[in-house]
Ligand binder design. Structure first.
Ligand code: CO
Length: 183
């Protein structure tokens, strides 16, 4: 199975609110490719726009922890509410290589989503699962972890972000229209 290239900070698709999915056929192939990309980069979560796809879709695998035994696929997700205390936790991001930031988020999240069988679900998640869900939902809304830290803290990463953005823009210039998803 082939994997898809991860797109980085500076690519416009990562600033877009992703479209909802209406066609479910062939989605399983896309999802397989996404899992391959995520495992290749040793991530625990991946949103579709991180591989250049404008779709409300993300995957999570935290089976390395005690918390979850299964991998998760979330389609057409929407956060319905938060609860619990705000907690600070260090997050990395496959689209921001080399960066790890302390991000404050509510402890629990209530999520409405579809599974691959098109059934709707509504569940509350906590712990690392909640944190990962909130991170991926941010991606689908065009939000990065750097948008979740204070302006004064953000200044520290200004040069690193600019460099990353420049590299991404160069890469897009070279491979314009070549980054399409091919089955
Ligand atoms: Co990320």
């Amino acid at each position: 199975m082939a994997s898809l290239d991860i797109v980085h900070y500076g690519d416009p698709i990562l600033r877009k609110k992703c479209d909802s999915i209406k066609k479910f056929d062939e989605l399983d192939i896309i999802i397989d490719h996404m899992f391959d990309s995520m495992y290749e980069q040793e991530g625990i979560g991946l949103a579709a726009n991180q591989v250049g796809l404008d779709m409300n879709l993300f995957i999570i695998d935290i089976t390395h922890t005690e918390e979850e035994e299964d991998t998760y696929i979330f389609i057409n997700s929407e956060i319905l509410g938060f609860s619990g205390q705000e907690t600070k936790y260090q997050e990395g991001c496959l689209s921001l290589p080399g960066m790890a930031l302390e991000v404050i988020r509510p402890e629990n999240v209530i999520l409405k989503y579809q599974t691959i069988d098109q059934k709707w679900h509504q569940n509350e998640f906590s712990g690392l699962m909640s944190r990962a869900i909130q991170h991926e939902i941010d991606h689908l809304n065009g939000v990065f972890i750097v948008d979740r830290i204070s302006e004064s803290e953000k200044i520290k990463y200004k040069n690193q972000l600019r460099l990353l953005e420049d590299n991404t823009k160069k890469k897009i210039g070279i491979s314009a229209n070549q980054n399409k998803f091919i089955l």
